[in-house]
Design a binder for this molecule. Structure first.
Ligand code: ADP
Ligand code: MG
Length: 345
């Protein structure tokens, strides 16, 4: 393969817009290419248009304007069942009265495939997700993780080119959620399928995605690898939404500095001499095990009395032990030019 050839995109979204009524569209003219065989996460706060975007790709929602392409085929106006996509929902939405096998075989039954053929295919898929031995159980007799595997097999039986997942893990307890996300990631790699996974959790997106797409108010603020988005947020929204960054006003504009790279010192300390800095007051000190998180406020800001900290600095336990800080301390926050990057207005 020619190294310069563009990576084939499984899904391409062009000028996609959804208006539910007058006013700002729920999804506002977005453009996106999702590489074939990659794990893409759509990430953003509640109401930003993630589910609407996914549903327009799936064919469960009409588009107001724009196009959806799957492997260069325009699928914008095709019914959901003819697109080559499959959807996996929150809490898996299995039929409680049907066995795992019949749940998986369900869509083939709807297509009129005869019983022996559809059950053989369903059994085969259950084997692939290591659930063959539990094919006769009903969902209520399966653990959350086992139900997720049945839901996956059920989505795969239509042989989709892309699997669309809308907050598939959010109904699970935190422990199972982390286990299940590792399974999703492993399946995606094993199957070589394109996954588009909607989540409002930046941690989940970072753990799963090859490409994460950060949305806000119906538009895409930034897309890229988790490493790029985390380390080089384009603007204040992304920096604050991803977390782990201080947004600092400087005469040259706003900059982002990671909280673990922001330095803190008593005003005249040698290790910040010559670095750009601002004054701050320590407003809280949180012990987090391997590190200590300092919350700080700008002493000059009009809202300095509000309780939420404006900046934070993450110090290793050793750093904190060597130079402890206490609530009320007046300090300097400093940063090296390499650790700061400009945020677009
Ligand atoms: P997200 O999944 O990111 O939380 P949604 O895509 O569900 O957001 O919703 C985006 C916006 O569109 C929200 O303001 C929501 O209230 C609105 N919206 C979603 N579905 C409908 C609908 N069927 N009718 C009217 N407004 C809707
Ligand atoms: Mg949603």
């Amino acid at each position: 393969m020619n190294a310069d050839a563009p990576i084939p995109s499984a899904i391409e979204v062009v000028g996609l817009t959804k208006r539910y009524g007058a006013g700002k569209p729920a999804v506002d003219n977005i453009n996106l290419r999702i590489a074939s065989g990659s794990y893409c996460c759509l990430l953003g706060p509640s109401g930003c248009g993630k589910s609407t975007t996914l549903r327009m790709i799936a064919g469960h929602e009409s588009v107001s304007s724009g196009d959806v392409l799957l492997e260069n085929r325009n699928i914008t106006n095709l019914p959901a069942a003819e697109r080559g996509t499959a959807m996996m929902f929150q809490s898996f939405a299995l039929f409680p009265h049907l066995s795992a096998l019949d749940n998986v075989a369900f869509s083939l039954k709807m297509k009129g495939v005869d019983k022996a053929a559809r059950q053989a295919k369903a059994q085969d898929l259950l084997e692939r997700v290591a659930m063959g031995h539990l094919a006769a159980r009903k969902p209520g007799e399966l653990s959350g993780g086992q139900q997720q595997r049945v839901a996956l097999a059920r989505a795969l039986i239509t042989q989709p080119r892309a699997l669309l997942l809308d907050e598939p893990l959010s109904a699970l307890d935190p422990f199972l959620r982390i286990q299940m996300r590792a399974e999703l990631r492993r399946w995606q790699k094993e199957l070589g399928l394109t996954f588009i996974h909607v989540t409002h959790s930046q941690e989940e997106a970072m753990a799963l995605a090859d490409t994460m797409v950060v949305m806000n108010h119906g538009i895409i603020e930034q897309s890229g690898s988790p490493h790029t988005v985390y380390n080089k947020p384009l603007n204040e929204f992304v920096a604050r939404f991803m977390g782990g960054h201080n947004v600092i006003e400087t005469p040259a504009g706003k900059i982002g500095v990671r909280t673990d790279q922001t330095r803190v010192a008593k005003a005249d300390a040698a290790h910040i001499a010559g670095l750009p800095s601002i004054g701050a007051l320590v407003s809280d000190v949180e012990y987090q095990g391997t590190y200590v998180l300092l919350g700080l406020q700008n002493p000059n800001a009009a809202h300095a009395v509000v309780s939420s900290a404006e900046y934070s600095v993450m110090l290793s336990e050793q750093q904190f032990a060597a130079t402890p800080f206490a609530v009320g301390d007046a300090v300097q926050l400093a940063w090296t030019p390499e650790s700061a990057h400009a945020l677009q207005a």
